[in-house]
Ligand binder design. Sequence first.
Ligand SMILES: [Cu+2]
Length: 127
Amino acid sequence: MSRMSQARLPHARAAGALLAVLVLTSACGPTPGKSGGAGKSASGSGSVTVNVKNFAFDPAKLTVTKGTKVTWKFEDSATHSVVAGDNSFKSKDLKIGGTYSFTFNTPGTYQYICGIHNYMTATVTVK
Ligand SMILES: [Cu+2]
């Protein structure tokens, strides 16, 4: 019995040490200018890519200038699609390796979903 608890102790300590390292690392905080837009929203012009992965659009909130071509890159093993709420753009069902592009020429806010998983929602705002 006591052998078991002794065997567990070093493991628990190692996990605690690892946690401390992780906390220390994140305590350093984000480096300004190095973020690269890994958050939930992004903006851009010319040509912008939205990744479709893990049953989500990334970025889910995208702001572009008019005339921007947005390309959705399908990187999920599951099949997804891009369907605008107002049907102004619509892809076919695509899976990993597939791409779909649409050029936004009219300012406005475009909500879209995955035609297969309607809980996958995102927006493109065109300025
Ligand atoms: Cu989907």
